[in-house]
Design a protein around this ligand. Structure first.
Ligand code: AMP
Length: 541
């Protein structure tokens, strides 16, 4: 029987360029082509203009005293300045730290301090987040953070305006950056309580964007609609960087996800491609005015980030005309993509598997003792090759828990490989919830809820949800003599944790199902609740 061990093609070769060099090349090859259209900001920049802005901002960041290897954060919803910062930081040799715009002050302060962040580019506010107020609250605890650059809104004293970065007078840009240097830190929730900063090099993400773009059939002159968040690799690598490498246009429909704005932007900008996590495609297909939009320009795009329901893929191919849509599977720690279906794969394969291994990567599926399982048998997916992160920032012990001595990244995902090398993701070893593409560590929420005075014990699990894929469920045992309601728990979460981590279900219980050694059986807890609440689990790729 064939072992579950596959290697991708070794042609075309890997690129050995920095992110800055890739943008310079795009500006040389396609100066007048649209690079970036940000509809909610009324911005339309050619590649020449975009590169000019990135260069100016890079020189200005150095002029401000930032030095090679310094960490610069970005805390903002999608906007043109996000993309400028992405390329400017890389050109200046700085390490960009992506901060989830839904983070509240404690979550943000943790990531700022962890990375020793010296500068921050921030939006003024978005939805219920007042970034400037949160910054004011946490700044005294962050002595390293010396420069804050404000993207929008009336300029607060002590901050610099983003526009000022475009003024002449910046320093010369370094010419000797190495593509193996760290370029980016992306925080991701693993199985342990706090988020960890996956540190990626220029080489990691340039090559992933290159092969993801090829895999989805992205060509010069294509127009990619990017409603996925830029702070995540889906937006900044599979979106922005893939466009720059392939001469396509980045199109931002809105600051945050808005299905109506996505459909309108596809029509208005004649987008050829559209990215999304399953939840986004579900919301777009479900939009009351769906039939009023002309989506005839669409050809393809990528669905990824969470298990992709086969039925949603079918509808995307038929009702959204995305006949070349592909599924990608990966994780932040692998830059992110390691499997992708190809445009040329038969439709059955394309909607019902995550495709085959990407070029230059090696994947094996292993059992609990680390032995490679035969094809058709589920095993933990391990990835090796150019895409594997440098490590978790300032967390050597956590890094060695997932990256072994032979350079395999243990993903914590369970896959099955068939004889032709197509993969299905069938579960997770790691205790993680994915709600609408957003990863959530149950431990983090458990630790937070535990601070509630009435809670004796709490277990957080994911339950199937038709809209978000999974929804957070908190199972709670109260202290003796206490009474409490679900509303009380939800109100307690209020402004203290990011909105997507707030439980959708709150279940009060007398006892949890336990193993012989006294550990809570989360799987059993989940199955019981699925039955009791009559929830349905969809078939996914
Ligand atoms: P992130 O690091 O945020 O990109 O999340 C990575 C995790 O999302 C993976 O480890 C998987 O558990 C899940 N994931 C990503 N893409 C897929 C997919 N196509 N199918 C199933 N799960 C996926």
């Amino acid at each position: 029987m064939l072992p579950s061990h596959v290697r991708g093609a070794d042609t075309p070769g890997l690129r050995e360029d920095t992110i800055g060099a890739v943008l310079d090349e795009a500006a040389r090859k396609w100066p007048s082509r649209d690079a970036l259209v940000s509809l909610h900001q009324g911005i339309r920049w050619s590649y020449a203009e975009f590169a000019r802005r990135a260069d100016a901002a890079a020189g200005a960041l150095l002029q401000l005293g930032l030095e090679r290897g310094d960490r610069i954060g970005i805390w903002s919803p999608n906007c043109a300045e996000w993309a400028v910062t992405q390329f400017a930081a890389a050109k200046a040799g700085l390490i960009l730290v992506n901060i989830n715009p839904a983070y509240r002050s404690t979550e943000a302060a943790y990531t700022f301090a962890k990375t020793g962040m010296r500068a921050l580019v921030t939006a003024a506010q978005f939805k219920s987040s007042d970034y400037l107020a949160m910054l004011e609250e946490i700044a005294p605890t962050l002595p390293a953070l010396r420069t804050t650059i404000q993207i929008d809104g009336p300029l607060r004293p002590g901050h610099l305006s983003f526009e000022a970065l475009y003024e002449p007078g910046g320093l010369a840009l370094p010419r000797d950056l190495a593509n193996n240097d760290a370029a980016n830190i992306q925080f991701t929730s693993g199985t342990t309580g706090l988020p960890k900063g996956a540190t990626l090099s220029h080489r990691n993400i340039v090559n992933n964007a290159l092969f993801v773009g090829r895999g989805m059939g992205l060509r010069e002159g294509d127009r990619l609609c990017i409603p996925v968040p830029l702070y995540h690799c889906f937006g900044m690598v599979m979106g922005n960087l893939a466009c720059v490498l392939h001469g396509a246009t980045m199109i931002y429909p809105a600051a945050g996800f808005d299905p109506g704005a996505v459909l309108a932007s596809v029509e208005a900008e004649r987008c050829t491609h559209l990215h999304g996590v399953p939840t986004m495609f579900i919301a777009e297909l479900d939009h009351p005015d769906f039939d009023k939009f002309d989506l005839g320009s669409l050809r393809g795009g990528i669905m990824a980030g969470a298990p992709c329901p086969v039925e949603v893929m079918r509808q995307v191919t038929e009702r959204m005309h995305m006949r070349e849509v592909t599924i990608a599977y990966g994780m932040t720690e692998t830059s992110p993509v390691s499997f992708q279906s190809e445009v040329s794969d038969p439709i059955e394969r394309r909607v019902a598997s995550v495709g085959r291994v990407q070029p230059h990567l090696e994947v094996k599926l292993v059992d609990e003792s680390g032995r490679i399982v035969p094809r058709g048998v589920p095993g933990e997916l391990c990835t090796r090759g150019y895409s594997v992160m440098l490590g978790y920032w300032d967390e050597p012990a956590k890094t060695s828990e997932v990256l072994d001595a032979d350079a395999w990244m243990h993903t914590g995902d369970i896959g099955v490989l068939d004889d032709e090398g197509y993969c299905n993701i069938v579960g997770r070893v790691k205790d993680m919830i994915i709600r609408g593409g957003e990863n959530i560590s149950p431990r983090e929420i458990e630790e937070f809820l535990f601070t509630h005075p009435k809670i004796l014990e709490v277990q957080v699990i994911g339950l199937p949800d038709p809209k978000y894929g999974e929804a957070v469920c908190a199972c709670i045992r109260l202290r003796a003599g206490e009474a409490c309601t679900a509303e009380e728990i939800i109100a307690y979460c209020g402004d203290r944790i990011a909105h997507y981590k707030v439980p959708r279900h709150v279940q009060f219980m007398e006892a949890f199902p336990l193993t012989a050694t006294g550990k809570v059986r989360k799987v059993e807890l989940r199955e019981t609740l699925i039955r009791e609440l009559s929830l349905v689990t969809p078939i996914t790729a």
